[in-house]
Design a protein around this ligand. Structure first.
Ligand code: AHM
Ligand code: MG
Length: 345
């Protein structure tokens, strides 16, 4: 008789989503399917990102996006793939994307009664594509308010971050990972290119309470609020007991900086600057999803004074300063902001 010893079981993203379906606030399978659709689009985008140096896909697309930045071909491609996947899936009624000024309504029979809306930055850090540095996708999922019927309305999107039902990011790096939360912890999946599946590699991710890394574009130093300048002085001070001076690590690709700090412990800051009173990052599809993830992993996210997840969005592409990472580091930065900087209106 032959005996068979089962190999160590690996769990794919698809299996994991199904196994965890009962954790979801509305366990009807819709959210599972939505996450699955995002996973599929991420694999397609990953394929193109990996070919970026080879295919004739680098360079400007010629258009300018809502923020007045040049669009790269891959931004456009990624945007199209996510819209296509979410549109075909039937669970999403509308999308807000960094690449589109207005809401994208899904006009199909299958999506007519869909209960979810998605906010997405399809390819964040796209200025890094041409230099082979990690880039990412960030997404956030809300359920429409119960009373909302018929075509989508702006109100479906202008919900506070605390209302998110799921959020995640994909990092296209030395390996490709998808990390997400549905409010029951954070789990990370690494893409195994040989089988084309995301496999659970980082279960129950937690960020260390303290870190020794700070990530900020110090080129803007002159225009930082006094509280941020004080925090930088604190990071650079000698203090062996608290491992200071800390190290600076700034990739300039939010998902990559965030992901490293999640694993090693650290803080990422994009404060207000002279040019931009509310910083650079967008509340709906950059700050809120990462804030949901960091809180689920035991960290903190703030605009320097207030919890990001409690901010009331007023417009789709609104920006906010962001202080995100290890809980004790964000708390320290908030302390110094309260002491040295006036509260923003
Ligand atoms: P993008 O959405 O246009 O790619 O801009 C967001 C990016 C973040 O990934 C990154 O952290 C930040 O912009 C870097 O900005 P800066 O070059 O001003 O430091
Ligand atoms: Mg972005």
């Amino acid at each position: 008789m032959q005996t068979h010893t089962p190999a160590r079981r690996f769990i794919t993203l698809g299996q994991f989503i199904i196994e965890r379906q009962s954790d979801f606030p509305y366990a009807k399978g819709e959210l599972s399917r939505l996450l699955r659709d995002i996973g599929i689009a991420a694999k397609i985008v990953n394929r193109e990102v990996n070919k970026a140096g080879l295919a004739d896909i680098l360079g400007d697309h010629g258009d300018v996006n809502v923020q007045g930045e040049d669009q790269k071909k891959l931004d456009v491609y990624a945007n199209e793939q996510f819209i296509k996947a979410l549109g075909a899936g039937g669970e999403c009624i509308a999308i807000a994307s960094e690449e589109n000024e207005d809401l994208i309504e899904i006009d199909s029979k299958v999506s007519k009664n869909a209960r979810y809306v998605v906010c997405i930055d399809p390819l964040d850090g796209s200025s890094n594509i041409d230099v082979n540095v990690s880039i990412g996708t960030i997404f956030s999922i809300y359920r429409r308010k119960e009373e909302m019927e018929g075509p989508t309305r702006l109100e479906d999107f202008l919900q506070k971050g605390v209302e998110q039902v799921a959020a995640g990011y994909v990092i296209y790096g030395s390996s490709t990972m998808l990390v997400y939360t549905t409010g029951k912890g954070v789990n990370g999946f690494t893409l195994d290119p040989s089988i084309g599946e995301f496999c659970l590699s980082h279960p129950d991710m937690m960020i260390p309470e303290d870190g020794a890394i700070y990530s900020i574009n110090e080129g803007n130093y002159k225009h930082f609020p006094e509280g941020v300048k004080e925090f930088l002085r604190y990071c650079q001070e000698e203090d062996k007991a608290s491992k200071r001076p800390y190290s600076t690590r700034y990739i300039g690709s939010l998902v990559a900086d965030f992901h490293r700090n999640m694993i090693k412990g650290g803080i990422y800051i994009y404060p207000s600057t002279g040019k931009a009173k509310n910083g650079k990052l967008r509340l709906l599809y950059e700050c809120n999803p990462l804030a949901f993830i960091i809180e689920q992993a035991g960290g903190k996210a703030s605009d320097g004074f207030r919890r990001i997840l409690d901010l009331q969005p007023e417009t789709l592409h609104q920006r906010t300063p962001l202080f995100i990472g290890s809980a004790n580091m964000v708390t320290k930065a908030e302390e110094l902001m309260a002491k040295f900087s006036a509260v923003q209106a």
